[in-house]
Design a protein around this ligand. Structure first.
Ligand code: UDP
Length: 399
């Protein structure tokens, strides 16, 4: 990693370079953050969709450019949500007023301006796309100050109850995934010509996995090809009550003699991975850390147990994978629960024993519910959202 100093004593990591390609392509900077897994996954999906259409650079203002303690948000996200959800709820409620959001960011701006400047570099970019709600206002202020205003788009990665910080009315385009988010955008002052309802960006691998044979994939993943597979995940950060939940589900499935195997993705939560690795299981269980081939794991599965992370839910829908939602992050993820349940693509159950009972029942031989939910999930999927978003954002440069 290279460092540079801008003369005020602050050390900044180098913001990286644009991807190579023919000279005449536009330069696009994607602003993201390594908090949870959803923002990085959204950024990656846009980078894939921009391939051959633009030189792309991904910048994480919070992880790579913000000073301590802001730069510890990524690593502390899981414990924060797991142990102090009330604090998360409080922050969400605080953000229920755009005036408060803007005033707070304005108060921090003088302290952070040099960091923002080291990242934004509007003289280098033709277009900015932000996939994080706290990486919108400050870059726009910097551009206004320096007189180098470049087209700026936001892609809202919270589909329903998105924090209002997402909806800055000064952007050139704001992409949302559902009608309620569209309405919120309007209420925050975005005009219809700057607001587009497309969907959540998901990576190309999920579209490519559609229709792939589950048994083949299970064999490739080193699993029993003919056994049903239940996948458990707490998102990129491994959030939630995964250990007691997995124990209860495995016990119930063993008692009911279901021919089932379980795969548990701990994400970046190493402690969770270690704890899961120490358990004795009554059915076959595979414990995984952060996987890069989530599309394969999802396509190989018959049922997903997850918190209401938007990325996981949109990806599961794309693959027709039914979901039992077991947790949600207060505020921003609550709307995702009804999004899935109302569409018939999954169920919500919070109690550990209730979750085990629901899973056992869904996997009862002859129960048609999983198949019905799978069809509903496919109906709500937007597998081409990334390509559509990229087309809409690149049009901003053509204007
Ligand atoms: N993910 C992944 N590998 C893992 C765990 C998660 O690629 O081991 C991805 C997952 O496919 C999804 C994202 O991380 O794209 C999680 O995003 P989501 O919005 O569901 O929840 P978050 O982690 O942001 O809270």
């Amino acid at each position: 990693m290279r460092y540079s100093s801008n003369g005020d004593g602050a050390q900044h990591r180098d913001a990286g370079r644009y991807s190579a390609g023919p000279r005449d392509l536009p330069r696009v900077t994607i602003l993201t953050a390594n908090v949870g897994g959803g923002h990085m996954a959204a950024s990656r999906s846009l980078i894939e969709a921009l391939d051959g259409k633009a030189h792309v650079k991904q910048v994480s203002m919070i992880d790579d450019h913000a000073p301590f303690p802001l730069n510890t948000w990524g690593p502390t996200y899981a414990p924060w949500v797991n142990y102090t959800p009330w604090l998360y709820r409080l922050v969400y409620r605080f953000g229920a007023s755009r005036e408060r959001i803007v005033t707070t960011q304005k108060a921090f701006y003088p302290l952070l301006r040099s960091y923002v400047a080291s990242m934004v570099r509007p003289n280098e970019a033709d277009l900015f796309i932000s996939v994080h709600p706290l990486e919108i206002e400050m870059p726009l202020w910097l551009m206004a100050e320096t007189g180098q205003r470049v087209p700026f788009a936001t892609v809202v990665t919270d589909p329903v109850t998105a924090p209002l910080a997402w909806f800055c009315p000064d952007v050139d385009l704001c992409v949302v995934a559902t009608q309620p988010a569209y309405e919120t955008g309007l209420s925050c002052g975005l005009t219809p010509d700057r607001l587009k309802l497309i969907g959540l960006p998901i990576r190309r691998a999920f579209g490519e996995m559609q229709g792939r044979d589950k048994s083949d994939l299970r064999a490739r993943l080193g699993l029993a090809p003919k056994k049903s597979l239940v996948l458990m995940s707490g998102g990129g950060a491994g959030i939630g009550r995964i250990v007691p939940m997995a124990r209860a589900v495995a016990k119930r499935l063993a008692q009911q003699e279901r021919d089932v195997q379980l795969a548990i993705v701990a994400g970046r939560n190493k402690e969770l991975q270690r704890r899961l690795g120490r358990q004795k299981w009554p059915i076959p269980v595979r414990v995984l850390g952060f996987v890069d081939n989530m599309a394969e794991w999802m396509r190989a599965s018959d049922l997903l147990l997850t918190k209401a992370g938007p990325g996981m839910l949109a990806e599961a829908a794309c693959l027709g994978l039914p979901v039992v939602i077991t947790d949600f992050i207060p505020g921003q993820e609550i709307g995702n629960v009804s999004w899935v349940v109302k569409n018939g693509a999954g169920l919500y159950e919070h109690e550990i024993e209730g979750i085990a009972a629901v899973v056992g029942e869904l996997l009862r031989p002859g129960n048609p519910t999983l198949e019905m939910m799978s069809a509903q999930a496919r109906a709500m999927a937007r597998p081409n959202a990334s390509d559509e978003i990229v087309a809409a954002t690149l049009r901003l440069i053509e204007r």
